[in-house]
Design a protein around this ligand. Structure first.
Ligand SMILES: [Zn+2]
Length: 141
């Protein structure tokens, strides 16, 4: 068995942190309107990890909104600095979605998919090598 790659990151002030010892299950950019509003940006860069591979420390402010699959999607940000750090519910979700901009080493992020591109504004550009999904890809969440 090879050494599991280690990823870590956190919010702007450092109070809400995460570590993962596994390869991401998927990684890409989400262009949905909720991600745009939540982040104040054109898309959210995400990495999915199995929950058992992730350790999260620090308090989070959790905000829920209806997801495409009918569930409530929880976004977790730092209550001190407001940085968005992860999606999912601690102690309950089987996977966490990490906001890739929170990585300590952002060069570890290798996105390859653009999801929920339907309704994307022109200024939120998609890198040319990405696989494009107008909605949710069939093999995710
Ligand atoms: Zn913070």
């Amino acid at each position: 068995m090879g050494e599991a790659k280690r990823y870590s990151g956190g919010c702007l002030c450092g109070a809400l942190r995460w570590e993962a010892e596994a390869e991401p299950l998927y990684q890409g950019h989400c262009y949905c309107a909720d991600c745009r509003k939540a982040s104040g940006s054109g898309f959210v860069p995400y990495m999915g990890f199995a929950a058992q591979a992730v350790t999260i420390t620090g308090d989070a402010l959790s905000y829920g909104s209806p997801a495409a699959n009918g569930n409530i999607a929880l976004r977790n940000s730092c209550p001190t600095c407001g940085g968005l750090v992860f999606g999912g519910e601690r102690g309950k979700s089987e996977e966490f979605t990490i906001y890739a901009g929170s990585l300590d080493d952002p060069s570890q992020f290798r996105p390859n998919a653009a999801i929920f591109t339907q309704g994307r504004p022109d200024w939120a550009a998609i890198p040319t090598h990405f696989t494009i999904f107008e909605r949710m890809p069939p093999d995710a969440g």
